[in-house]
Design a protein around this ligand. Sequence first.
Ligand SMILES: Nc1ncnc2c1ncn2[C@@H]1O[C@H](COP(=O)(O)OP(=O)(O)OP(=O)(O)O)[C@@H](O)[C@H]1O
Length: 215
Amino acid sequence: MLLRVNKSFDTRVEKSSRVLEVAESFGLGLSDKRFVIYEDLEIEVNDGDILYITGQSGSGKSLLLRDVAQQLREGGKNVISIDEVPLLDVPLVDQIGSDTREALELMSQAGLNDAYVWVRKPSELSDGQRYRFRLAKVLESGANVWVADEFAAVLDRETAKIVAFNISKAARTRGATLVVATTHTDLTKYLGPTLTVEKLYGERVDLTKYEWLPA
Ligand SMILES: Nc1ncnc2c1ncn2[C@@H]1O[C@H](COP(=O)(O)OP(=O)(O)OP(=O)(O)O)[C@@H](O)[C@H]1O
């Protein structure tokens, strides 16, 4: 599916006296302009693709990820976003999988390998543990597009790499499309993306396609 992304904002700011002070002190022009982040960016996303969106904070990763998710949804895909996974206030092992075995399998795939954690409720977990549980729920969801903003940002880098490898493998196994965005650029080897999108300053975007041969 060929997606076209356009995104721009009005740069009009509220001219309070402090804003005017800042503008004057730092030579900031306050005339109304368009702030263009994406202009006719074309991205081809097919079933089973793995998109790795990187770029500095504020460069436009989330905007792109949300737009891609929305267009795929409009194209009839069943899209799940890790941020939207609802969690129940019961032990983890009771809210995933059709039985205990499957529950543990899903959580292990998402990098949750600790029995102590399996019997805890989401509210008793660290951010990183909760993130991995959400990933496990994504694996279980049966959706054909998996979207994760701030991907693995709350994980230490070693765990992030393992989780990236596991989720990518799970996506390939299930034929799901995976779209992740993060400032971290150290996951290419582990995700094995079919497309990397590096958002640079202004409207600049670097796209790199990879040929990936299933093992
Ligand atoms: N509603 C809005 N009005 C004006 N500018 C906006 C609006 N929403 C986002 N922006 C601008 O668009 C740019 C991209 O935002 P986006 O959230 O996609 O960044 P990001 O790369 O995901 O950053 P981060 O890694 O910090 O989450 C930012 O510079 C932000 O200021």
